[in-house]
Every structure is written in structure tokens, then in C-alpha cells.
Design a binder for this molecule. Structure first.
Ligand code: MD3
Ligand code: FE
Length: 214
């Protein structure tokens, strides 16, 4: 018998809470097509730092795909059919990403997930996302699928109220998390990204947040 000390095994599915499932490495088989697609998208749709309604710029840079993109300005947060920078509609969501999202949702127990919005969050070292709830969507019975690429991150998974102590989840390149049901409106955030170098993305973490917004 041989013992492979250098192959860290992670389970396929880790239940985080009722309705929330962590799928380590779920996006890795799609990476050969996913990453070139995203690279091209980001080159022609440069991510921007949005301003929050409080008047601060977010440290994360964002871009979107799909019929609705998440936007923020001095007026508030919400979804828009057009990119505020260009005035143009967002690029459509390709089948490859739709299929990945639906397959992940299915594995977590949500049938027929058809997202209409893919937020692309780009984190440089030093970027973070404070604890918040996702509540700008129309239908909270639909889950959210998040795909992590590049540099690792410590994801903070809280509870129903802001004061619920968050659990720390070490997300790696290729990990997918599906949040829905009773956990759909739980607080969550991302700790400050540490400096590092990833073979595909360089010194960046990229997260895709797939939602049914409209
Ligand atoms: C937990 N982005 O853009 S979605 C966001 O890593 C955002 O950039 C995360 O939170 C990121 O709003 C990835 C993670 C997420 C989304 C919805 C949730 C976690 C959730 C709803 C309930 C609980
Ligand atoms: Fe969020």
C-alpha cells in the first residue's frame, strides 16, 4: 500500500448549513474553457470599482454577464440591463457558464436553476468585501451559485443577523458554493485577500456570482 502524503483530498460536497453546500473543485473540469472565456470578457469589459450609496468606492472591481448586471452608485444598489460605463447591454451568459451553474445547483438539490445575472468580482491583494446580505433579487426561492478562481480567500459565512459570528471557509481555485433555502439571506463577506501568485489568474482572485435577479 502506498500513502500519498502530497494529495490533499477534499470531499465532493460539504454541507455548510441548511440550504448551503460547498462543492470543492467543482469548476475545475470546466476551467479549460471557463478561464479563456473570462479572460477575454475582462479584456473587452474592464472591471470597474463601483461607488456605494454611502459614497465610498468598493475595493473589489466588478463586471457582469447576462441580461441583468449588478450595479451600485450614489442612488443605491440594484440590477441594470446596461453597463453604466458604456450604456451597452451586458454580454450574454454563455451556455458553458449556464450549464456549470445549473449542474452545481442540481448537486446541491436545486433543480432547474437558470441564472440571468453573473457578477464578476475581481479582487487584488488588499481587496475585501464587508459582511452584507444579497437582497436586491426578486425571487428568494432561487439559490445563488458562486465560483471561485485564482488566489484563495477566506469566505465569511454568517447567519440571519449581522451579529451572528461568521464561520470561516477557505475557498480555493475551482471551488463552488451554492446558497439557498433557509440560508439565502444570511450575512456573508470576504476577508482581505493576501498577496500571492496563481498560475492562471496571477495576483488576482475572481469570483462569479450567478443569480436569478429578475
Ligand atoms: C451566503 N460575492 O458579490 S457570492 C457578492 O466572493 C458576494 O465575491 C462573493 O457576496 C465573492 O455579493 C461570492 C457568496 C454568497 C452569495 C450569496 C449568499 C454567499 C451567500 C447568500 C446567503 C449566504
Ligand atoms: Fe453577496
Amino acid at each position: 500500500m502506498t500513502t500519498d502524503l502530497f494529495t490533499e483530498q477534499r470531499p465532493d460536497v460539504i454541507q455548510l448549513a441548511a440550504g448551503a453546500c460547498w462543492l470543492p473543485g467543482f469548476a475545475l473540469p470546466a476551467m479549460d474553457t471557463l478561464w479563456p472565456y473570462l479572460q477575454q470578457h475582462l479584456a473587452s469589459n474592464p472591471p470597474q470599482r463601483m461607488m456605494t450609496p454611502m459614497g465610498y468606492f468598493m475595493s473589489v472591481q466588478t463586471s457582469s454577464l447576462g441580461s441583468l448586471g449588478w450595479v451600485s452608485d450614489a442612488q443605491g444598489y440594484g440590477y441594470s440591463a446596461t453597463n453604466p460605463v458604456t450604456g451597452e447591454p451586458w454580454a450574454p451568459l454563455p451556455d458553458m457558464i449556464l450549464q456549470l451553474a445549473a449542474a452545481a445547483a442540481n448537486k446541491a438539490g436545486y433543480a432547474d436553476f437558470v441564472p440571468d445575472s453573473c457578477l464578476v468580482n475581481v479582487y487584488a491583494p488588499g481587496s475585501k468585501m464587508g459582511l452584507h446580505q444579497d437582497k436586491d433579487e426578486q425571487d428568494f426561492s432561487q439559490p445563488i451559485v458562486s465560483v471561485s478562481l485564482g488566489l484563495p480567500a477566506t469566505f465569511l459565512f454568517g447567519g440571519k443577523t449581522r451579529s451572528d459570528k461568521p464561520v470561516k471557509i477557505p475557498l480555493q481555485h475551482g471551488d463552488v458554493v451554492v446558497w439557498g433555502g433557509p440560508s439565502r439571506r444570511f450575512y456573508h463577506g470576504v476577508n482581505t485577500i493576501k498577496p500571492g501568485m496563481h498560475p492562471l489568474t496571477g495576483n488576482r482572485r475572481i469570483n462569479l456570482t450567478l443569480r436569478r435577479a429578475g
